[in-house]
Ligand binder design. Structure first.
Ligand SMILES: [Zn+2]
Length: 566
C-alpha cells in the first residue's frame, strides 16, 4: 500500500446534456467506484468527488430545442444522472453541479489568481457578431454558403453537401442559425493561458510517473512533441462562469478551464456540508493526500496537461494527480456507441429492467483498460448465469444452506490447527488470490482483480466437491464440521473480493455471515480473522437470479432496429 495518508478520487464530470450510458460507466465511473470501495474495504481514508459539467454551447442548443432555459435543462439532467449513479451503487461523497454559486466563486477566484500574477495573455481576434442579436456567436450557430460547392446551408465547421472541412470565416454570406440574420466580423478580446510556458515543468513531472498507464503516457508525449500552444480561457457566450473583470460583460470562461475546477468546488461544497468549510484544503493542498483522476481517453489532455498546468500556475500550493488511470472506449455489439443515433444502453432504461450487480460485474470483467472492449447482451447473460450464478452464487448458497441443514444455521466447531492438507491448500489458494487481488487493485487493474476473484470462487466450489461434506456428514461429523468451517471462511474471503464489484450482493452475504460491522469500513481486515464457531448464519436466498434468453433477445432486437434505421 502507498504511504499517503488519504486519497482523493475524482471521476470525470459527466456533461449534463443527457443520460449516462454504458460507455460512460466503463470509461470512468465504475472503475472509480470499484477503486474507492476497495480502499474503503481496506479501512483507508478516501473522498470520492464528482458532479455534472453544465456549461457550454451544446447545453444552450439543447435547451433552445426544448424551449426551456439552460438552467432548467441541466437541473433536470442532473437529477436523472444523480439518481442513475445512486441506483447503480456508485456512491460519491459529493455530487455537485458547475452551475452552483460555489463553483462560480471558486472558478472566478482561480481565474483572478492567474490574472493577478500576470500569467494570462490578452489577444484580439475577429469573430462573427450578430447585430440583430447583439452578441458574438459560437461556431455551432453559424451557417453560410459553401465556397467550394455553393451549397447555401453549409455549417461553420463542415459542408454537409460536398464534405469540405470549413472554418466559419470561409463561409460566403454567413448568417445566424438562430434568426437567419446576416453576421459580420468584429474584433473581440480574450484571455489566453500560454500552456507552452509550463511545458518544461509538465514534461519533468510526467516523466517522473513511469508507473502511469502506457496509453496515457503516449498521449502526453505526443502533445509535448507537437508543442503546447496558447489556449483561450475566455469566450463570448452567456451560459457560463462570468469573467470576474470589469468591462467583460458577455464573456465567460471556456469549459475546459472551469470544469476541472469543479472537482475543487465540489470538495468545498462537501466541506461546508461537514460544517468545516476549510477542510477541502486538506484534500487539495496537503502533501500527504494522493489525487487520482478516473477518466475516459477523450479527457486525458485536460487532466494530465491543462489542469495540472493551471494548478502549477496558481499562487497557492496544490497537489498534482498521482495517477490518471484513463480507459479506452467500450463498443456495443461490435459497433461504436452513438449518442446522436441513440445507439447505446442508457442507465435509467437498464435499471428499470435489471438489477445493478450483473452490469457492474460484466463491465468490470470487460473494462477497456488497455484497449477498446465490446459489450454484448449475450455476454452479459453468460456472465450473469455462468459466473455470478453458477460460480459465486452457487458456492455461497451451497455452504450456507448446508450449515442450516446440518449445523442449526451456525458456523460449525472447527479449528485453524486441525486443517487437513485439502483444507490448507484450499485456504492457501484463496488467500493467495486475495494477495494478487490487492496487487491488481493497487495498479488499477480491475479486470485482473475480477479474474482472480473468479478463480477464488472456482477454488471454493472444487474444495466443496472434493471435501464432500455431503458424505462425511454420514461418516465423520467432526471432519464434516471442519470442512464447513473452512468453507464459510472462504465465503467470507470471497465476499470481501466481490464487494467492490457487486456491492449489493456482497452486503447481503456479509449480513448472512452474521457480521455487524460495515463491510466498506475495513471489512478486509476483519476477514483475515476466522469466523468463530457458533456464529449464527442468515438463511441464504438466490443472489443472482438467472436471466432468460427472451429478455436478452428483446434488448438485442432494439439495438438491431436502431442500426437498420441509420
Ligand atoms: Zn460544399
Amino acid at each position: 500500500m502507498c504511504s499517503f495518508k488519504r486519497t482523493l478520487v475524482t471521476a470525470a464530470l459527466p456533461y449534463a446534456n443527457g443520460e449516462i450510458h454504458l460507455g460512460h460507466l466503463a470509461g470512468a465511473y465504475l472503475p472509480a467506484d470499484i477503486y474507492v470501495r476497495y480502499l474503503r474495504l481496506r479501512g483507508k481514508e478516501v473522498l470520492f468527488i464528482c458532479g455534472t459539467d453544465e456549461y457550454g454551447v451544446p447545453i444552450t442548443i439543447k435547451a433552445e430545442e426544448l424551449d426551456i432555459s439552460p438552467k432548467e435543462l441541466v437541473d433536470r439532467n442532473y437529477e436523472t444522472i444523480r439518481q442513475s449513479f445512486f441506483d447503480l451503487g456508485i456512491l460519491f461523497d459529493n455530487f455537485s453541479q458547475t452551475s452552483r454559486p460555489i463553483h462560480t466563486k471558486t472558478s472566478q477566484a482561480f481565474f483572478s489568481d492567474l490574472h493577478r500574477q500576470g500569467l494570462l495573455k490578452q489577444k484580439t481576434t475577429e469573430q462573427f457578431y450578430s447585430p440583430s442579436l447583439g452578441r458574438f456567436l459560437a461556431d455551432r450557430y453559424i451557417e453560410g454558403t459553401c465556397p467550394r460547392c455553393s451549397y447555401a446551408k453549409a455549417r461553420g465547421d463542415q459542408c454537409e453537401s460536398c464534405g469540405a472541412t470549413l472554418s466559419p470565416t470561409d463561409l460566403i454570406q454567413p448568417y445566424s442559425v438562430l434568426d437567419q440574420s446576416p453576421l459580420e466580423l468584429r474584433p473581440t478580446t480574450h484571455w489566453f493561458l500560454p500552456l507552452g510556458d509550463w511545458q518544461p515543468q509538465l514534461t519533468t513531472w510526467i516523466e517522473q510517473h513511469d508507473d502511469w498507464k502506457e496509453n496515457v503516457l503516449q498521449y502526453c508525449r505526443g502533445w509535448f512533441a507537437d508543442g503546447l500552444e496558447d489556449r483561450a480561457v475566455t469566450r463570448d457566450l452567456h451560459w457560463g462562469v462570468q469573467v470576474p473583470l470589469p468591462d467583460h460583460e458577455g464573456k465567460v470562461m471556456y469549459v475546459w478551464f472551469e470544469a476541472p475546477i469543479g472537482y475543487i468546488s465540489s470538495t468545498r461544497e462537501w466541506a461546508e456540508q461537514q460544517g468545516k468549510p476549510d477542510l477541502w484544503r486538506l484534500w487539495w493542498q496537503d502533501a500527504e493526500t494522493r489525487l487520482i483522476h478516473f477518466i475516459g481517453k477523450d479527457n486525458i489532455v485536460f487532466h494530465t496537461l491543462m489542469f495540472p498546468a493551471m494548478l502549477m500556475a496558481h499562487s497557492e500550493n496544490w497537489i498534482l494527480p498521482d495517477n490518471v488511470p484513463a480507459n479506452e472506449f467500450l463498443n456495443l455489439e461490435g459497433n461504436k456507441l452513438s449518442t446522436s443515433r441513440g445507439f447505446a444502453v442508457w442507465l435509467p432504461d437498464y435499471l428499470s429492467k435489471f438489477p445493478p450487480d450483473p452490469l457492474r460485474y460484466t463491465l468490470a470483467r470487460n473494462l477497456p483498460e488497455t484497449r477498446d472492449m465490446n459489450f454484448t447482451w449475450e455476454g452479459f447473460m453468460a456472465r450473469n448465469n455462468n459466473e455470478l450464478g453458477n460460480n459465486f452464487g452457487n458456492y455461497i448458497n451451497r455452504v450456507l444452506t448446508f450449515c442450516h441443514k446440518y449445523f442449526d444455521g451456525c458456523v460449525p466447531e472447527w479449528s485453524d490447527s486441525q486443517l487437513s492438507d485439502l483444507d490448507r491448500s484450499a485456504l492457501d489458494a484463496v488467500e493467495k488470490d486475495l494477495e494478487q487481488y490487492a496487487i491488481h487493485m493497487e495498479r488499477f487493474e480491475i479486470k485482473g482483480a475480477v479474474e482472480v476473484t473468479f478463480h477464488a470462487g472456482q477454488v471454493g466450489n472444487r474444495y466443496f466437491d472434493e471435501a464432500a461434506p455431503f458424505n462425511t456428514r454420514k461418516t465423520d461429523m467432526v471432519r464434516c464440521a471442519q470442512c464447513l468451517g473452512v468453507a464459510v471462511q472462504i465465503v467470507r474471503l470471497l465476499t470481501v473480493m466481490l464487494a467492490p464489484v457487486v456491492p449489493f450482493a456482497a452486503e447481503k452475504v456479509w449480513a448472512w455471515l452474521g457480521l455487524q460491522s460495515d463491510l466498506f469500513a475495513g471489512g478486509w481486515i476483519e476477514s483475515t480473522r476466522p469466523l468463530p464457531a457458533g456464529n449464527l448464519l442468515g438463511k441464504p436466498e438466490i443472489l443472482f437470479p438467472r436471466l432468460e434468453e427472451a429478455v436478452i433477445q428483446s434488448e438485442i432486437d432494439r439495438l438491431n432496429k436502431l442500426l437498420e434505421e441509420t
